[in-house]
Design a protein around this ligand. Sequence first.
Ligand code: TPP
Ligand code: MG
Length: 553
Amino acid sequence: MRTGGQILVDQLRIHGVDAIFTVPGESFIAVLDALHDAPEIRLVVCRQEGGAANMAEAYGKLTGRPGVCLVTRGPGATNASVGVHTAFQDSTPMLLLIGDVARGQREREAFQEVDFKAMFTPLAKWAARIDEAGRIPELVSHAFHTAVAGRPGPVVLALPEDMLSESADTRDAEPYKVVRAHPGADDLARLRGLLEGAQRPLMIVGGGGWSEEASRDILAFAVASGIPTGTSFRCQDYVDNRAEIYVGDIGLAVSPALAQRVKDADLLLVVGARLGEATTSGYTLVEPPRPKQALVHVHADPEELGRVYQADLPINSGLPQFAAAARALEPVDGSAWAGWAAAARADYVANLRHEPLAGGLVDLGEVTAHLRERLPEDAIVTNGAGNFSVWAHRFYQFRRYRTQLGPTSGAMGYGVPAAVAAKLVHPERLVVCFTGDGDFLMTGQELATAVQYELPLVILLANNGMYATIRMHQERRYPGRVVGTDLQNPDFAAYARAFGAHGEVVERTEDFPEAFERARQAGRPALLELRVDPEQITPRATIAAIRDAAHRS
Ligand SMILES: Cc1ncc(C[n+]2csc(CCOP(=O)(O)OP(=O)(O)O)c2C)c(N)n1
Ligand SMILES: [Mg+2]
């Protein structure tokens, strides 16, 4: 006989869980007690469930295994929901476990009661409740299989507190297995035929369910036939950016030249990416339902194929399975499009150069160029949402799979928790978080978690005194009518120091390299507040220029 809490912890162990991100709650005290006897599972205690859920999501991205987040009912689960949403949009395997009200109290609006199946059904691949301790092995196994099968994503299990403390005699499940489709021989033959007839092919890789090996395989396939290859929004690390076939990222701030190339391509080979709003510039680069470009769409979820876009050749396959098969294909003679590919690469290289800024403040273009030259190729770069991320995305070069952790969901507050998770999973690697004055304060308190677990990550905070992204949209649509976007900020370096972290303010570009070295060598978490020019609202535009253009149009 074991308690529900013990059965649950045994199942997590069987499925290979080695870390749980949590904020404790009295609703799952029996699970915590069982964890007392499971020292091989690292319990990471966070300061807010939004941070814990983002950490679990980032863990899922980094490892390909479901990241586990354990929270309490109403207030805990609502706080954690942001991470579930990101896991859904980013196709990341994740498991949210929620301590729930006792079975006998249900439907009374008991303390912190929420109908979690109803709440999470639109946010998760599957949401369920376990009402019998004896069924924990079955339903936890179901949850792990669902999280990793096909298009990965989040699953949610509610655990009534009395169920967790009741005892049952039940058999354990077996470790979960990953189920993924393979491309058929006819799919691959048709793909090769379409490539042979192409003049201007372009491959776009992205989405979830990749692996380091898949990323190497797809690169080898692209190189063998000289296929120019871009990446979808915030999937820039799926191919080595130094490779001659890499032509840039197709995200919210896509370069105009690359955007035009997506439109001009006669064959789009889209591997793993959904082709969402951020990757298609609001469904304009590739128009639904029938794109002008011939489309080969490879996706792990058969229901995604034909959902928005009608492809000439839809292929249902896991990404590692497709990439290995594509690598094994006999290469196609790419001389017909060699000029097209070289021009795309030249545009990418030109776009890496930044115009040095006038004025004394910190130039994010210089900062990112410095990091591009200095960071080791396995360094992990994280970010949340804000215009500061445009510099990081445009001027950095990713060289290895999963060295970028960014929310394709566009959620603010992701960067710091993701950096905590990255440093836990890869303690030997350098982890750098790009954040803004707005983005940082959403989850900046997880600095306490970084300090508590001795995780020396480096946070680069671009302070422009505003929610610049929203100001940018404001100036475009309603020039000069500034509302709701100015921020009065704390002293961020002092804030970091109050947590026991290293904190410094950097006011001039030339001071950055040495400050970065001090941060990197601090031996504890570090934050550099970079004072940037609010007028330089994107790498391409000033506020005045956006305002003028809006007045003229
Ligand atoms: C959780 C969440 N709330 C609101 C938004 C809308 N939003 C997107 S970017 C942004 C501003 C980010 O500000 P900051 O971190 O200072 O970056 P900046 O744009 O100033 O560089 C806001 C409010 C969002 N994406 N996510
Ligand atoms: Mg800002």
